[in-house]
Design a protein around this ligand. Structure first.
Ligand code: MOS
Length: 723
């Protein structure tokens, strides 16, 4: 039986998705639900007084919750906002939920929400007017060697570049908005929820309502994208449970697209200062990467942009630092490759500027500086193929035909530019449990409380399970997304593939042993007297040494009961201390620029990515290409703009927040190195969800520089910046 792992098989849940059979949180099969509409503050700071009378009297309204009457709950870890929703009269940002209308229909709830009367006593809000970096007043600094000496030496023999780069607020826009349906039965709470962390929701709800975790069940079989905005627990999730408790009926909360901009995090704006020095041979001597960011009053999230400088390149002298200011804005959070996404934009732009100053080809410059060990800790990489990424990419892209001089390549009236950007993201792995059961009908049920964000978890873990048990993939039923299942961690930090695959393999190993023992112990067993180790399971059959063979379905019916095995797999602490785990890649971008309109088109994009072993070339390819699309949006169009008067996002819709559409996306491709990482887990697979976006914006900006001679250090690269 050929190995399934690696093959580009179709999604096992594809049919359910295209036929509408996949149930998302808002489709939860609950009887007789009520619908909640959220009322949001229109000032950034102050106190609110609420008159709910008109809303309460509106048709179909069952309850209006405010801080005056909402059930009191406890805050705690895992919550996107430290303050529980509706805790008191204080307003900390425009968009904060100040009241919740619960009604018989969504329309009635929304209509009545407009009748909630809020009167404010405004306070003095701090809004993010500027993010100026004061190098003398940094919150944290981490240095190695002597960067100032490195910059002086670079200035003498080679070159030094130092500039500021800024990125705006970007907002997660998964197709599926966040949604929660909460039902109480006595003190048992069931939530159908759109979440990357069923275990986290379970824990937060238990502590919020003072009930045992075993009384909370969280169900999330499908997610329509997440990108980090469904990782922590946000007010609407708690509100669904609070409202359901108050009215003693199931309550459904679905964030509107507009509320996705205020109520479940965003990528904070960044201002980064990057200085890099290199000698005349193009050897990097030192890097300083400082970033300033904004966080909210209600959480302390900081985008760790400077950390990227510790990835791809060897350098002896380095400094990273950050500065954080607290403003009265909605709370930021993780968004696809937090840190690396804005960080690699700045670092890879600066590397391009330095290559230009040194008159070196930007790919050659990077090749001369590839780090053979992790630059800070000097630990060896668990596996490392960055040089191959540059070489293979350059060859397939046709990089040797690039003429070095900016503005020297044309396509008719259009300027053509080719740029390169490096991708980098840590290879994370955590612990998880899985259970595999041979069912009486001969099918194999695999259970793990992980998530499928649309990434392909169902598919890749079915492949892993089929190989590991020894059955065809159409025999596998994979269950995930339920807190009743064996526990798995938050699906974030691209850890899921590396984490869950090992738990599945370990459970399969334990199951095979049990199946062999059961087969031997059967009355009139064809394997009687055999050693369990000598039995194999191949293509759905138990096979003995002498050629005896029994279909698993026959074993299942003979056993008369399900045969089940559990396993918990944790990464080896020793390995994670000894090696540095990181995925790298290289993006090659072609842009065509209409100088008269300032319009940039990404016409060709090639990514060469090393994620260790690839579990499914089709779903992994989609992850990378999807990341590139998101990166093109970051480079050219995406920016959440805050109203300077109150900090509320003004372009909170798909009409005004421009993400790429099909017409913006041309020829994208991705090649995988596909060599197993020998240290991360048995299969050698690292995650693939986040690395795709890292370095993309820089590759585009570098291509725009090559096309036009204009260096844009402020994303997105909108037409007016090129005119
Ligand atoms: Mo990801 S931003 O770790 O969901």
């Amino acid at each position: 039986m050929p190995e399934l792992v690696g093959q580009p098989i179709d999604r096992v849940d594809g049919r359910l998705k295209v036929t509408g059979g996949a149930r998302y949180a808002a489709d939860a099969p609950v009887k007789n639900p009520l619908y909640a509409a959220l009322v949001q503050a229109t000032i950034a700071k102050g106190e609110v007084e609420i008159d709910p009378a008109a809303a309460e009297a509106a048709p179909g309204v069952v309850a209006v919750l405010t801080h005056a009457n909402a059930p009191k709950i406890k805050g705690g870890g895992g919550i996107g906002e430290s303050r529980p929703p509706l805790a008191d009269a204080n307003v900390h940002y425009a968009g904060q939920v100040i009241a919740v209308v619960v009604a018989n229909s969504l329309e009635q709830a929304r209509s009545a929400a407009r009748k909630v009367k809020a009167t404010y006593k405004p306070g003095e809000a701090k809004l993010p007017a500027s993010l100026k970096i004061d190098l003398d007043a940094l919150d944290a600094e981490d240095t190695a060697g002597d960067v100032d000496a490195a910059f002086a030496a670079g200035g003498k023999s080679g070159a030094v570049v130092g500039h500021e780069y800024t990125t705006p607020i970007e907002t997660h826009n998964p197709m599926e908005p966040s949604a929660t349906v909460a039902t109480w039965e006595g003190d048992k709470l069931t939530l159908f929820d759109a979440t990357q962390w069923i275990g986290g929701v379970q824990g937060v709800m238990a502590s919020a309502f003072g009930i045992d975790k075993s009384n909370v069940r969280v169900i999330c079989p499908f997610l329509g994208g997440a990108f980090g905005c469904k990782a922590l627990i946000w007010p609407h999730q708690l509100i669904a449970a609070m409202a359901a408790k108050a009215v003693q009926r199931p309550v459904k909360v679905v964030l509107t697209r507009s509320q996705m901009f205020t109520s479940c995090g965003h990528r904070p704006a960044s201002r980064q200062s990057v200085t890099i020095a290199a000698d005349a041979e193009g050897k990097v001597l030192g890097i300083r990467h400082v970033s300033a960011g904004v966080t909210s009053q209600l959480n302390g999230f900081a985008e760790p942009a400077g950390a990227s400088a510790q990835g791809p390149y060897a350098f002896e002298n380095g400094a990273t630092a950050h500065k954080l200011s607290k403003c009265h804005t909605a709370s930021p959070t993780f968004m696809r490759a937090p840190g690396e996404t804005p960080g690699m934009y700045a670092l890879e732009s600066a590397m391009d500027e330095l290559a230009h100053a040194l008159k070196l080809d930007p790919v050659e410059f990077r090749l001369r500086n590839v780090a053979d060990v992790e630059p800070r800790s000097k630990r060896p990489w668990s596996s490392h193929h960055l040089r191959d990424c540059y070489r293979i990419g350059a060859e397939k892209f046709g990089w040797s035909k690039r003429s070095a001089e900016p503005r020297s390549m044309h396509d008719g009236e259009l300027l053509v530019g080719w740029g390169v950007g490096t991708a980098s993201f840590p290879g994370n792995r955590s612990g998880a449990s899985a259970r595999i059961t041979l069912q009486p009908d001969g099918r194999i049920l695999v259970q793990c409380g992980t998530h499928d964000m649309g990434t392909g978890s169902y598919t890749v873990f079915s492949q892993v399970a089929a190989d590991a048990v020894g059955v065809p993939i159409d025999r596998i039923d994979f269950e995930l997304g339920d807190s009743k299942l064996p526990a798995a961690p938050m699906s974030a930090g691209s850890n899921t593939a590396a984490t869950v695959s090992q738990a599945v393999i370990d459970a399969a190993r334990a199951l095979r042993k049990q199946l062999a023992e059961t087969a031997i112990a059967l009355a009139k067993s064809p394997f009687s007297g055999a050693n369990a180790d000598a039995l194999k399971i191949v293509d759905g059959h138990v096979i003995g040494e002498g050629g005896a063979k029994m279909p698993l379905a026959e074993l299942a019916s003979a056993a008369g009961k399900p045969i089940s095995a559990d396993a918990t797999a944790r990464p080896s602490r020793e390995n994670f201390g000894k090696y540095a785990f990181n995925s790298f890649g290289a993006h090659f971008c072609e842009v065509k620029v209409d100088e008269w309109l300032g319009r940039v088109r990404v016409t060709r994009f090639l990514s060469v990515i090393d994620i260790g072993r690839v579990l499914n070339r089709k779903t992994a390819h989609s992850q990378i290409v999807g990341g590139v699309v998101m990166g093109i949006g970051m480079a050219l169009t995406e920016a959440t703009v805050l109203d300077p008067r109150n900090g509320y996002p003004v372009n909170d819709s798909f009409a005004d927040y421009a993400i790429p559409v099909h017409a913006d996306i041309r020829d994208l491709d991705c090649i995988f190195i596909d060599k197993p990482d020998p240290h991360i887990n048995e299969l050698g697979c690292r995650g693939v969800g986040e690395i795709g976006i890292t370095g993309v914006a820089a590759a585009v900006a570098n291509a725009v520089f090559h096309a036009t001679g204009k260096r844009v250090r402020d994303l997105p690269i909108t037409p007016e910046k090129l005119l």
